[in-house]
Design a protein around this ligand. Sequence first.
Ligand code: ADP
Length: 366
Amino acid sequence: MKDTGQNTAFVEFKSVQKSYDGVSLVVKDLNLAIKKGEFLTMLGPSGSGKTTCLMMLAGFETATNGEILLDGRPINQVPPHKRGIGMVFQNYALFPHMTVGENLAFPLEVRGMGKSEREEKINRALDMVQMGDFSHRRPAQLSGGQQQRIALARALVFDPAVVLMDEPLGALDKQLREHMQYEIKHLHNSLGISVVYVTHDQGEALTMSDRIAVFDDGRIQQLASPQELYERPQNSFVAGFIGENNRIMGTLVSVKGDHARVKLQTGEVITAAAVNVTTPGQQTMVSVRPERATILTNGDQDDLQTLDAEVIEVVYMGDLFRTVLKVAGNENFVVKTRNTTGQNLLTPGQKVKIGWVASDARALDP
Ligand code: ADP
């Protein structure tokens, strides 16, 4: 993957590899430049190497090969507490026998800071997370969300240039998690710090990040803004991992510029955006987002690529209808239609057409 932030890199992984057993690489040749003030998320399934990358950056794991730089300086040999990096984990890791104030004082004492300066910084950090009145409580006297705010304040209290967060909201319920996503995002915007965030939750990554590095199998599969990732996934893994995508299988007929012609298993030939397919005859997956397809009940529509379809099921979901159809051999083709009338006019077994703008379909190497 081409590096886009080379000139302004604040955190940089250069050809970094990691093996725990000396045999298999769980991080394979990682090259990643993170800009100052950027919110970068490492997103991927469990076991794809995200936490290992974060731990190497924090200094709790050593890289087997390659170099990690912070503000231009190699840090491979620098111990964790001298890297100036704040950390927040899923399970808070607050000291249970200490008050909130003492928890926050700890990283400052470690750095040899005097009492009056400590108090000023603690008060400021607690105010940042709207917990100014809780200094004398113990962690057990706080809710999960409050504990996570304190963990955040503790990571910020010594003014780190970079804060690392590993699934920090994983233990919270859905509503609180979504609320905290916005709080962390706003805090990031107002403080101008760099954040490296690890999650397996794509919705969280899309909501919070400036850029997302999608990991699979120890490699970055795509590094891009949330919009770019969602709109233009570069391979079938990213297309399947970010959002929902319908797949129709076929073989490549030809590629001309950005356009691919694909012959489907049912014989129709359709046009789609050519992503990473090149060789006529190769197996090709056409992917279409559920919200980009339209159900047509009155025949073809000239400006759309259309195919015959049969309605299998319609589910009323309040804000939208989720219709499952049989399309070109796929019996689980989903179309999401905004509920503007309160009425579903489709019935199972009904023959319809579905259509989409040709460039909204992407031809990928499966
Ligand atoms: P993720 O954060 O994406 O879930 P990890 O970085 O935790 O992935 O793990 C990547 C791979 O490395 C996994 O196969 C995991 O089992 C392995 N692994 C992680 N930590 C260790 C460790 N301390 N010792 C040995 N193997 C590990």
